[in-house]
Design a binder for this molecule. Structure first.
Ligand SMILES: Cc1cc2nc3c(=O)[nH]c(=O)nc-3n(C[C@H](O)[C@H](O)[C@H](O)COP(=O)(O)O)c2cc1C
Length: 453
């Protein structure tokens, strides 16, 4: 595949994002002999002849760049505007994605701006990746990068051929109807989704939430100590059906003030009895909606951000949100989920990941006596490790020193790159999926663990 990388990072060849691209190039071009990477400096905000030529030939465009002040770098912003205002014919219909490195604070805004730009200017947007700058120095970070790129390439291929992907292994998809009353448009969308996923080779199950007897959480907090709700209704059975052995979940509902409404919210609030770590669900998700009679178009973008927050928090992978109207677009999203599944995409992948987890770790820490499962979960993630200030840190008072400092910071990245002899190991996904989350949480609360036999 011909890949054009537009390197929009202000540090150019001293950029960590560019190092990350070089890792991809090493794996996919040198080791797998699959791709041609053309990496073009694109920091000036202008469309040079080089950029024009590379974009014309490209089968996939990657914008690489840092997150600055919560957004894409200003120079990348200029480049995007220049491309869409003056080169629309050149870029339209091209598959495009964005790879950023950042401190992981507020990277969502940068990625949302990029996604809006790509979709509004008729490019084929492929879910982008935000890595924390040190992440590729760890095996998990490299695995995440590797699998995300597998997905990106498969999506670019899909946009060429539009053939329905087959599930790589037999998986299970749950389709959940969250509406308070039956809505024919949603019922028929669920039927169509079921057919599409089954044709790809998945096992499917439909859950109709309104048929379940699920009572409102009263906040009594009894569950905080023993992980069992005082209500003996359908919540537990419904939760087990939704998550046990499940790989993907598709939610269907009516969009009501940027949420899926009260029936869905009632169900979610009862997740409290699992503690935070109980909803470490690691599934691939999408949300399909129709607009209710009070709708405003703004509800859609707010809904997307709500889903990102919620799914980032739950360590699941949000594929996309989609209005139920255009059949072709809906099928594209089912296929996109299948491709994500086939590519072993990291369930935790996605922006908000670290920021949200660390934020929640603080909350979990403050209630640790009541939620032992939460505390050990976050501790295992390393969220409580304190970062010691380096004794070598000093003020730099001229540009030469600053340059040397940047070069020094790149050394571990370059060293790792020069030792990448093997492709990253792809670890087993959702290895606990056949264990009940509820049982796992109760065991954690007791201070024991249950294992997969
Ligand atoms: C002026 C400035 C603003 C930044 N703003 C953010 C930010 O809002 N959110 C974030 O997560 N990281 C932020 N960062 C960190 C960079 O995104 C991060 O260091 C990135 O890895 C740099 O990539 P590069 O080496 O490719 O330029 C900022 C860095 C600088 C210098």
């Amino acid at each position: 595949m011909k890949i054009c990388v537009l390197n929009c990072s202000p540090k150019d060849d001293l950029s960590i994002t560019l190092q990350t691209i070089l890792y991809l190039k090493k794996w996919y071009q040198e080791k797998l002999n699959e791709d041609e990477f053309e990496i073009i400096p694109a920091f000036s905000g202008t469309v040079t002849e080089n950029i024009e030529e590379a974009v014309r030939k490209a089968e996939l465009i990657i914008m690489s760049g840092a997150v600055f002040h919560f957004d894409v770098h200003s120079s990348m912003g200029e480049l995007l505007d220049m491309l869409s205002d003056n080169y629309h014919d050149l870029i339209k219909d091209k598959p495009v994605t964005f790879l950023s490195t950042s401190g992981m604070l507020g990277d969502t805004m940068a990625h949302n701006r990029f996604e809006l730009w790509a979709k509004r200017n008729d490019l084929k947007y492929i879910n982008s990746l935000s890595l924390e700058s040190m992440e590729i120095l760890s095996p998990t970070g490299r695995e995440e990068l590797f699998c995300w790129f597998k997905y990106t390439k498969a999506m670019a291929e899909y946009y060429k051929s539009r053939t329905m992907p087959k599930a790589k292994t037999k998986g299970r998809v749950v389709l959940m109807d969250t509406c308070e009353k039956e809505i024919p448009k949603i019922a028929s969308a669920i039927k169509a989704a079921k057919l599409r996923f089954e044709a790809s080779g998945f096992e499917t199950e439909v859950i109709t939430l309104r048929e379940k007897d699920i009572r409102h959480c009263t906040g009594c907090q009894c569950c905080f100590s023993n992980r069992t709700c005082v209500f003996n209704d359908d919540w537990e059975k419904t939760f087990e059906k939704l998550y046990l052995n499940t790989d993907m979940i598709v939610f269907f509902g009516e969009l009501h003030y940027a949420t899926l409404g009260n029936c869905y919210k009632t169900f979610l609030e009862r997740h409290a009895c699992l503690g935070r770590s109980g909803i470490e669900d690691e599934v691939i998700k999408s949300y399909f909606f129709i607009l209710d009679d009070k709708f405003d178009r703004e509800d859609i973008s707010a809904f997307k951000i709500n889903c990102e927050t919620f799914d980032g928090l739950n360590c699941s992978y949000l594929s996309d949100v989609c209005e139920i109207d255009n059949n072709e677009k809906m099928q594209e999203l089912y296929d996109k989920m299948t491709i994500a599944y086939n590519s072993d995409i990291m369930p935790q992948n996605g922006f908000l990941k670290n920021g949200i987890r660390t934020g929640f770790a603080k909350v979990a820490a403050s209630v640790k006596n009541r939620c032992p499962g939460d505390y050990s979960y976050f501790k295992n993630l390393g969220c409580y490790d304190t970062i010691q200030a380096s004794p070598h840190i000093q003020w730099l008072d001229n540009a030469e020193d600053a340059k040397k400092d940047r070069e020094a910071r790149l050394i571990p990245f370059k060293m790792t790159l020069s030792h990448l002899e093997e492709l990253p190991a792809v670890t087993e996904r959702r290895k606990f999926k056949s264990l009940s989350v509820i049982e796992r949480q109760r065991a954690a609360a007791r201070g024991t663990e249950i294992y997969n036999h």
